[in-house]
Write a protein that binds this ligand. Sequence first.
Ligand code: NAP
Length: 275
Amino acid sequence: MKVSIFHNQEEQSFKAAKKLKELLLRFSFVLDEKKPDVVLSVGGDGTLLSAFHKYEKQLDKVQFVGIHIGHLGFYTDWREFEMEELVRTLNEKSACSVSYPLLDVVVEYEEGLKHFLALNESTVRRVSKTLVGDVYISDEFFESFRGDGLSVSTPTGSTAHNKSIGGAVIHPSVNAIQMTEIASLNNRLFRTLGSPIVIGAHEWIRIQLAPSDDYTITVDREMVASKKVQAVDFKIAKERIHFVSYRHLHFWNRVKESFITGQNSNHAFDVDIWV
Ligand code: NAP
């Protein structure tokens, strides 16, 4: 099996990546950065996002594993001290794998279309003035949006920026994408739905923008060129991200530990919060 290690610049990740390399060679894996079967990401969720984009043109052949350094992540389910166990499971034919939806983004420029894939989300924003755009769902006009912008996220991205702007947390097994408003204008003149919407596999979202050359369009960590953007289309991508040696840690426990309790999970009736 050909493997590649992708790590961030933190000293702890460097050290873990070195140890992982030794383990992989000991277990007769072949290191191949260009055409790996498995990419092992060492760092955090942000590191896995970068690893994903490095190999996004090979998603039909590449599977990912996330090793987290420090705190628990959503894409990273193995810890540094478990690397030997991980390397052993990679060698087993029965290694569990899972795949999750991605977001297909098509940006319509004056001079043509450009296609992107997002693992977490894509946002359309305007900083200098109010963003004005018409939202269509599967070719039907839905609403005229005014505000700072709109975000469209995947289920695995729902715990990232989407959550910070009031979007729902969605279980990664749900084949859907979510559009969430960023500071929408709602007054006696302008109206938007005011809550996130979740669309399914046979639908798509189009944001038709008013003419302007100062939109900001992001795809995960990247800001993509946004001069003369006329519209942006979003749908569930035909590609998916595949994880191997995946451990079915309880998703909602991860959500709880990341956002509510840390590592301690007290029930409300265990602590004195009702007085
Ligand atoms: P970054 O520093 O790499 O990430 C910002 C934080 O978001 C980090 O704590 C990262 O976790 C966490 N994160 C990334 N993907 C996540 C996921 N799917 N679920 C839960 N947490 C996640 O920032 P960046 O390079 O600018 O952007 C990477 C991503 O971070 C973006 O796609 C965006 O979703 C998110 N972000 C969120 C906010 C916000 O909530 N206001 C602001 C900026 C960016 P690790 O520490 O494990 O890497």
